[in-house]
Ligand binder design. Structure first.
Ligand SMILES: Nc1ncnc2c1ncn2[C@@H]1O[C@H](COP(=O)(O)OP(=O)(O)OP(=O)(O)O)[C@@H](O)[C@H]1O
Ligand SMILES: [Mg+2]
Length: 342
């Protein structure tokens, strides 16, 4: 296993620190009086107080704060394959956990790409507990869900996948009640959700029943859209998928998640990319499009292969900048408000 490196060089001011912990700044000042001591880093001729992830961990351990943040579950999903679902979910999970947010990444794809990105070797597959054990097993489901969780760092957990997970949909298909058929994953996540700030689910490119469970377990779906010559096809595919989903939503008394799009693989030198991005930004989907545009980046492509998020092995690259902007947009968007307004 190659646990995500907890880099100590990410520092933050008191405002960011209190935001990450979901507490007020005045509470942080109280903690400072009780001995929490941020580093004093040189700043021009004087110094400034900066926190880092060890202070986040220390504050959680010593003061056990109750976060005001509502945990957010994000489902990376599109029926089209190879659009960047895994690349973005891996890098987002890494980026959020690196700065101190508590993240649970869940791999719903039997191809186990996300699991591999996190450095869980295939050789371990036989010993891995996955959603297959939870859905197929006869034991207490909630307990077996907890057993699937692999801690990768103090702020990052993973529920891995293996080939068995492709068969979970078959198990779900035999269920007769709506709750068991569509809401089972959501009900399994509910009791553990408060342990995290973000739950990030990576989907296979299909609309099978496990993915439908993923949809209902999430607050927001993020569909990466390639800005390439096939993007028109990808958009009509998305349109059809949304319509299919809306049909599902009508039949099922469950809250529908928000659907957001993120433009991926953009190359500014390429005319087709520019036209494609223009159509996304001005067309019917502009209200759903996130502001961040993820450019084509060899460093991002290599991040999965290196089993290391892009900001760890190429921190100054354009790919790392895009992931930073994407992460900040996710942190700063109030999806709950958008969802209620939907
Ligand atoms: N912004 C990017 N720049 C360069 N390469 C990228 C970018 N985003 C994704 N890729 C590459 O595109 C390929 C597909 O990406 P990825 O595996 O993340 O897609 P996916 O949607 O998860 O695919 P699948 O549907 O098979 O699960 C990978 O080789 C990845 O490295
Ligand atoms: Mg994938």
């Amino acid at each position: 296993m190659n646990p995500i490196e907890l880099t100590q060089n990410y520092t933050m001011n008191r405002q960011e620190f209190s935001d990450i912990l979901g507490v007020s700044q005045s509470l942080v000042i109280k903690w400072e009086k009780e001995g929490l001591a941020p580093d004093r880093l040189p700043w021009g001729k004087s110094t400034r107080r900066r926190y880092n992830i060890s202070h986040i961990l220390e504050a959680r351990e010593r003061f056990r704060p109750l976060s005001k943040r509502t945990p957010l579950s994000i489902f990376f999903w599109l029926v089209k394959g190879g659009v960047g679902k895994t690349t973005l979910s891996f890098n987002l999970a890494g980026a959020l956990s690196r700065i101190g947010y508590r993240v649970l990444a869940i791999d719903l794809d039997g191809q186990s790409h996300l699991t591999t990105c996190f450095g869980i070797p295939n050789a371990d597959e036989e010993n891995l507990n996955t959603l297959w054990n939870v859905f197929y097993g006869e034991d207490d489901e909630a307990a077996s869900m907890k057993e699937t969780i692999i801690p990768l760092s103090p702020t990052l957990d993973l529920i891995p996948s293996s080939l068995d997970v492709t068969a979970v949909s078959l198990v779900i298909a035999s269920e007769t009640s709506v709750e068991r058929k569509f809401n089972r994953l959501s009900n399994l996540i509910k009791p553990i959700k408060h342990n995290y700030d973000f739950i990030i689910l990576d989907a296979p490119p299909s609309i099978d029943l496990l993915n439908v469970n993923g949809i209902f377990a999430s607050d927001v779906i993020i569909a990466p859209i390639l800005t390439d010559f096939l993007s028109h096809h990808s958009l009509s595919l998305l349109q059809e998928t949304i319509e299919t989903l809306q049909d599902y939503f009508k039949q099922i008394p469950i809250t529908a998640p928000l659907i957001k799009l993120v433009a991926n693989n953009f190359d500014i030198r390429n005319n087709i990319c520019q036209q494609s991005l223009g159509r996304l930004q001005d067309g019917n989907y502009k209200g759903q499009l996130l502001k961040t545009v993820i450019s084509r980046s060899t460093h991002l492509a290599e991040s999965a292969k290196n089993m290391s998020p892009v900001f760890t092995f190429a921190p100054k690259s354009n790919g790392a900048n895009d992931i930073h902007a994407f992460t900040q947009e996710i942190i700063n968007t109030n999806f709950e408000v958008l969802n209620n307004a939907q």
